[in-house]
Design a protein around this ligand. Structure first.
Ligand code: MN
Length: 239
């Protein structure tokens, strides 16, 4: 029997108290990867060199959600509503993304993940949707994480549309930032009705999908998101 693919999941910073701090990955990522046939492992941010050594163990990488990306990396000054940033995590993930795209390691980028994927390739971000976008939907939902709260239109012919077999789906929404200028090597794969970009795909030879919603928190109740994880894990199969 072939070995299951190993899926590295990047972690966010968490500080429990003065004595306990470290890396945090929402359990939904682990559950979703395992349910789709992969072995989830956590990728801590130490420095780019350590991250690339860890990436060598991985058949696929998930860029997880979390902190805002420091606007330094896309040439902007901080907006008053910019959230917590962590440059150690940013630098580690920027290196991981470039490495994965150069070495054909499949990438699934979630929420902050799609944002830093865009920044890694030269794109920019909306630092705060409510104060920088005209007539936005509610993208920071108050409903539980697993609940779908707004619709997105999928781009016909995109990997996402092919995998899900739909033109329009409903997703959860837990973000106050979004993509602004899309990097040259990415194409838009989904948008919300207010025009906010909700998914992009890499146009090069490597497989990389970025989504602004949290599919990992929907897989238990939404067959389409389960299918997205299964399609990603299938791309990560050992050859
Ligand atoms: Mn949204």
């Amino acid at each position: 029997m072939p070995q299951k693919p190993v899926i590295g999941i990047t972690g966010a910073f968490i500080k429990h108290n003065a004595f306990m701090e470290g890396v945090y990955v929402h359990h939904d990522y682990h559950r979703s990867v395992a349910a789709a046939g992969g072995i989830p492992i956590v990728l801590p941010f130490i420095n780019p060199e350590a991250a690339l050594e860890a990436a060598a163990l991985c058949d696929g990488i998930i860029m997880s959600g979390g902190e805002d990306v420091d606007p330094l990396y896309y040439g902007e000054e901080p907006h008053p509503h910019l959230g917590y940033t962590n440059r150690e995590r940013d630098e580690t993930e920027l290196a991981l993304i470039r490495h994965a795209l150069d070495h054909n390691i499949p990438l699934l980028a979630v929420c902050r993940g799609v944002q830093i994927l865009n920044v890694a390739l030269g794109g920019t971000l909306i630092q705060d949707i409510p104060s920088q976008w005209s007539e936005p939907l509610q993208h920071s939902q108050k409903a539980e994480r697993s609940r779908d709260t707004h619709a997105v239109a999928l781009e016909p012919g995109s990997w996402l549309a092919e995998i899900l077999g739909e033109q329009r789906i409903r997703v959860n929404s837990l973000h106050h930032q979004a993509l602004k200028d899309v990097a040259d090597d990415l194409k838009v794969a989904a948008k919300a009705s207010d025009g906010i970009i909700e998914a992009v795909e890499y146009t090069g030879s490597s497989f990389a999908i970025g989504v602004q919603w949290h599919p990992e928190s929907m897989t238990a109740t939404n067959p389409l998101m389960k299918r997205l994880f299964e399609a990603f894990i299938a791309r990560c199969k050992k050859q």
